[in-house]
Design a protein around this ligand. Structure first.
Ligand code: E4P
Length: 218
């Protein structure tokens, strides 16, 4: 499963990228606003660091506005993917953009029907939001499982990005569900490799080794 960083924070992106584990980045208006920098500058900086798709989201509401903005965004870098919201206007825009060869990521997907329509419209990626569904008592994981089944039955090439990831269990669950990608908040990615028993075990090994070395010197 591919790992994307769901952040526009350059330090977080560099840290994961330096590990050789970063397959892409996703941003949205909230994530960009959090950094407080110029949007175009930040996206271009991310695109230069990451050797993989970087999602930048349109802010227009109507099809014409989305298409015009998407064409502009796609010129920012070769690896830009345009994020389009899951609306009627958005589906129309995805249809137009996919015919122009502009890659799209349909965002704010909360039902399997929405995901199916996005795939039919020619979306490169669909982003089901796990955490936000869990927040209202629904199951984000169940949505990923349904999308996986539907895309496999009909042979859609659209890749599923598990978004709105809140904890490590989400990552393990979507991996088991056969999800193509998990986009994970930058602060959460280190939690995937950290474990208290690893730290405890390492401390014990160090202590035992130091004692053994002392004994050898006697
Ligand atoms: C990514 O594509 C989404 O915009 C992001 O994962 C949403 O996460 P949130 O629900 O934590 O805001």
């Amino acid at each position: 499963m591919k790992i994307f960083a769901d952040t526009a924070n350059i330090d977080e992106i560099k840290r994961i990228n330096d590990l050789g584990l970063l397959d892409g980045v996703t941003t949205n208006p909230t994530i960009i606003a959090r950094e407080g920098k110029d949007w175009e500058t930040v996206e271009k900086e991310i695109c230069a660091i990451v050797d993989g798709p970087v999602s930048a989201e349109v802010t227009a509401d109507d099809t014409d506005g989305m298409v015009t903005q998407a064409r502009e965004l796609s010129k920012w870098a070769d690896n830009i993917v345009v994020k389009i919201p899951m609306t009627e206007a958005g589906l129309k825009a995805v249809n137009i953009l996919s015919k122009e060869g502009i890659k799209t990521n349909v965002t704010l997907v909360f039902s399997a029907a929405q995901g199916l329509l996005a795939a039919k419209a020619g979306a490169t990626y669909v982003s089901p939001f796990l955490g936000r569904l869990d927040d209202i008592g629904a199951s984000g994981l169940e949505l990923v499982e349904k999308l996986r089944q539907i895309f496999d039955i009909y042979g859609y090439q659209t890749e599923i990005i598990a978004a709105s990831i809140r904890h490590c269990q989400h990552v393990e669950q979507v991996a088991l569900a056969g999800c193509d990608i998990a986009t994970i908040p930058g602060h959460l990615i280190p939690k995937l490799w950290e474990h208290p028993l690893t730290d405890k075990g390492l401390a014990t090994f160090k202590k035992d080794w130091a004692e053994f070395e002392q004994l050898q010197k006697k």
